[in-house]
Design a protein around this ligand. Structure first.
Ligand code: GLC
Length: 440
């Protein structure tokens, strides 16, 4: 193996993956232009009105919530106590698959009826017939909100494919399934996006929270528009920023996009989110393997298996701080039957994982800078960016990397912008939205 050449390849990857300060400012500016609608026909941000604004913090009551947006669904009983306090009384989470694992409710072969009946059946196991349950529903896909309790799915994202849901009003589908299960005592009162939920959960306790974001399986951000044009009042806008497409991209991104369910869509999300970053790592590594810079005699099977490296694997690779990178060695052994790998090969794998995740954090920071420029160009006020999602919570150095990228731009003003991990915000926010809607 030519050490110098592998080194050069990795240096080259660094050049194409990492963003300079100028790249960042450029991205932030393009994002801001789209927020203002200046890119008009080419606008990739959906900017969806939610008809909700920040809570007062005094909302109280008990609510059932559905958090639907990834491969697992979560049902919870949330009690809002006011002044930013809440309790989760009961929580249950289940995959969107039949117990045998054979039937996948997110696949094209599954229907809206099957999917919502499946959810209603799980709700039936949590509730009692004699009680009434106001329900807040976090449905984390791009929706055209008709009002706070009615939303039409514009299109699926995150590789969901269930038939008969796109173009349909979601609360109606849920209500039908609840009626079939004889659950008239479960009353949907609000439907929101998970970014809105995260923002509501953070601003329930802290009035300076004005941006909500998800860095998990998917990626998206919402913010409070201080003066929404149709009402002249503050309103949370769901940017659907995962669809933003004015980012510097690499041949690997192109390849991933072409093989995806919806080429040309969700371009930012495909470069940054947990659903896709393992695949980018796989594509980059496979490229180096095919060019014979790595694993020359013993090619790991992931080269031929799309999506075989997951975000969890990337986390494990980056968590390996042993001198000999023994955890990466074990990963290669147990998952890919590579009994012998060199330290140089393991280092290369870790460098690739690190570049892909660093770029993800930088791109996301760039969009936050664009939003902050839109709502407070001189950065006169304090802003809390509430973030939920496994990538933000668990990926080594990820949250720090977003913060340092912001700090590098804001310098002396950097204390004005705080990232706040808002665990389970997307679910708790559904209870807050329900409380707001009931009191209207
Ligand atoms: C996808 C969805 C978006 C959601 C995000 C995070 O981007 O389109 O609505 O907020 O994933 O779950």
């Amino acid at each position: 193996m030519n050490r110098g050449t592998l080194h050069e390849q990795l240096k080259n990857l660094e050049m194409i993956f990492l963003l300079s300060k100028t790249d960042l400012s450029d991205l932030a500016m393009k994002f801001h232009e789209e927020m203002k609608g200046e890119a008009s026909r080419n606008n990739s941000l959906k900017m969806l009105p939610t008809y909700l604004s920040a809570p007062t913090g005094h909302e109280t009551g008990s609510f059932l919530t559905i958090d639907f947006g990834g491969t697992n669904i979560r049902l919870q009983f949330v009690v809002l106590l006011g002044e930013g306090h809440y309790e989760i009384i009961k929580s249950c989470s289940f995959p969107l698959k039949s117990p045998s694992g054979l039937y996948d409710y997110t696949s094209k072969g599954s229907s809206a009826e099957d999917l919502f009946y499946f959810i209603a059946a799980h709700i039936a196991e949590m509730v009692e017939a004699e009680n009434i349950y106001p329900l807040g529903h976090t449905f984390s896909f791009p929706c055209k909100q008709l009002e706070t309790n009615r939303a039409i799915l514009i299109n699926w994202s995150k590789e969901f494919k269930t038939s008969g849901v796109e173009g349909h009003e979601i609360t109606g589908l849920l209500e039908k399934a609840l009626a079939q299960k004889d659950l008239q005592n479960v009353k949907p009162v609000a439907i929101i996006n998970d970014t809105t939920g995260t923002l509501l959960a953070a601003s329930y306790a802290s009035p300076s929270a004005d941006i909500g974001s998800i860095c998990g399986t998917g990626h998206n951000t919402c913010y409070i528009e201080p003066e929404e044009p149709s009402t002249g009042r503050p309103m949370i806008i769901n940017l659907e920023s995962g669809n933003f497409n004015k980012i510097p991209s690499t041949p690997y991104d192109h390849c991933l996009d072409q093989a995806s369910e919806r080429p040309g869509e969700q371009i930012l999300e495909k470069a940054v989110s947990g659903r896709y970053i393992g695949e980018i790592v796989r594509l980059v590594t496979s490229d180096l393997i095919q060019q014979k810079f790595l694993f020359i005699d013993n090619v790991p099977g992931f080269v031929d298996i799309p999506n075989s490296i997951k975000a969890e694997d990337v986390t494990d690779i980056l968590e390996d701080n042993t001198l000999s990178l023994s955890r990466i060695s074990d990963w290669l052994k147990f998952n890919w039957e590579i009994d012998h790998s060199s330290l140089e090969e393991r280092c290369a794998l870790k460098t690739i994982a690190s570049l892909v995740t660093m770029r993800s954090a930088q791109l996301i920071a760039g969009t936050y800078i664009g939003i902050l420029h839109h709502i407070d160009p001189l950065l006169l006020s304090e802003h809390v960016i509430a973030v939920d999602g496994a990538l933000f919570e668990k990926m080594p150095h990820y949250a720090n990397r977003i913060q340092t990228t912001l700090d590098e731009i804001y310098l002396d003003n950097s204390n004005k912008v705080t990232l706040r991990f808002t665990k389970d915000g997307s679910g708790i926010g559904a209870a807050i939205a329900a409380a707001i809607c009931i009191s209207k």
